[in-house]
Design a binder for this molecule. Structure first.
Ligand code: SF4
Ligand code: SF4
Length: 387
């Protein structure tokens, strides 16, 4: 005879956190989700997080109740606390606001338990939730499940699920004050990048260049980073990376995937293993690779660019870029492979592409066509996730 599992109403703060909590509870409880987060602003962000939660509910197979968007009520409850720092008094009120609605709905609909995914995040206090949950349990007559879901690698598991389901991960908690605080951090990071970029533009370490223009383009916090080999004559003339025939080929890949060059330039950090023109190659063509000295001198700059850009997706154009970032054994054999790697302390998704300049000069592929097509398809998939 099968025993009925107790019914549990799970308050869901966001899709990524719902994954690991549902996975943990599903064998012990009959879980129903409740998306109740009226503090999220702006509306597009609210809708995006809700759509992602619906996607998780469908993928993992649980019922989802969508609460009302009581933004005015939430603002009334937190009035006067707008300038509180994160984890301060406003957050305490915000937890209680959402948890009380969960306890209320659980009581009205006859659930045995209620709890919240809020404890998954390492930034969220379980002690607060526990105290509130117990008080609300007494008030509404529904048991509170006091489990700290960040324990036993709950947060790590939510990251793994996010990866698997390609979930959107927000970069601020949700309310307008948290969004403003995040914007201030981004502005500071951009300011620090601009100081760094001025230093890089003034670099003359490899002092034997005829024209010491240092060519790169971007800003802080770019989801995509593109690294080529070195600028050519066209780049030297325009002072923009990938602005010559090789660039046209590169941008045509993005256009085929539905992204205009201007859009990519606005969202990407674009640079090279060496940022100054190495001169003509031995054949007299505009394809000289950077010298060993140039590569060595420029590597610390590249690392610093990477740490300012904080990319999620790294596209390496050509084997010199691939070897510089992935090691001397890397090369065109990695075209079409999905690589996830920790680079300079940051976990990123890496794609290796053939050098577009080579493709221009020798229209026969330096890698076979199915492999190249696989690489383009992967690029398309990853751009959808990050741009
Ligand atoms: S920072 Fe997060 S928990 Fe705190 S009030 Fe804003 S949305 Fe609520
Ligand atoms: S190649 Fe790099 S290290 Fe050398 S001068 Fe240019 S920016 Fe400086």
């Amino acid at each position: 005879m099968s025993v009925r599992r107790p019914r549990l109403l799970l308050h869901i703060c966001c899709a990524p956190d719902a994954t690991s909590v549902f996975e943990r509870l599903k064998d012990r409880f009959e879980v129903t989700g409740l998306f109740y987060n009226p503090q999220i602003e702006p509306m597009e962000e609210y809708e995006r997080r809700l759509a992602e939660t619906k996607r998780v509910a469908e993928a993992m197979g649980f019922e989802l109740i969508v609460g009302s968007y009581d933004l005015d009520l939430w603002k009334e409850a937190t009035r006067g606390l707008e300038t509180e720092p994160e984890k301060g008094r406003r957050c305490e009120v915000c937890y209680l606001f959402r948890l009380e609605e969960t306890a209320k709905v659980a009581s009205e609909k006859g659930f045995d338990y209620f709890t919240s995914t809020l404890s998954v995040s390492p930034h969220k206090s379980f002690d607060w939730l526990q105290g509130m949950g117990q008080a609300l349990s007494a008030k509404y007559g529904v048991k509170f499940l006091a489990e700290d879901f960040k324990k036993d690698e709950g947060f790590k598991r939510s990251l793994e699920w996010s990866e698997k389901l390609h979930l959107y991960r927000q970069d601020y908690c949700g309310c307008l004050p948290s969004s403003e605080a995040r914007k201030r951090v981004l502005a500071e990071q951009q300011e620090s990048y601009e100081q760094f970029a001025a230093d890089l533009r003034a670099c003359r370490t490899c002092e034997d260049f005829l024209d010491p223009a240092v060519i790169f383009e971007g800003g802080a916090n770019r989801p995509l980073m593109i690294i080529g080999q070195a600028p050519g004559r066209h780049e030297l003339a325009s002072l923009r990376p990938f602005s010559g025939p090789a660039g046209r080929k590169l941008w045509s890949w993005f256009v085929d995937l539905g992204y205009e060059e201007d859009y990519i330039r606005a969202n990407a950090y674009i640079t090279a293993v060496a940022k100054c023109y190495p001169g003509l190659g031995p054949s007299g063509k505009d394809d000289a690779p950077p010298s060993s000295r140039q590569k060595k001198n420029c590597l610390p700059w590249l690392e610093a660019e990477f740490s300012h850009a904080r990319p999620k997706l790294l596209v390496l154009i050509g084997s010199i870029a691939a070897k510089t970032i992935l090691g001397k054994d890397a090369g065109m054999k990695l075209v079409g492979e999905k690589i996830q790697k920790r680079i300079w302390g940051r976990k990123v998704f890496v794609l290796v592409m053939p050098h577009s300049s080579g493709l221009n000069r020798w229209p026969q592929m330096p890698v076979n066509k199915p492999r190249f097509e696989r690489a383009l398809a992967l690029l398309g998939e990853e751009l959808k996730r990050y741009l």
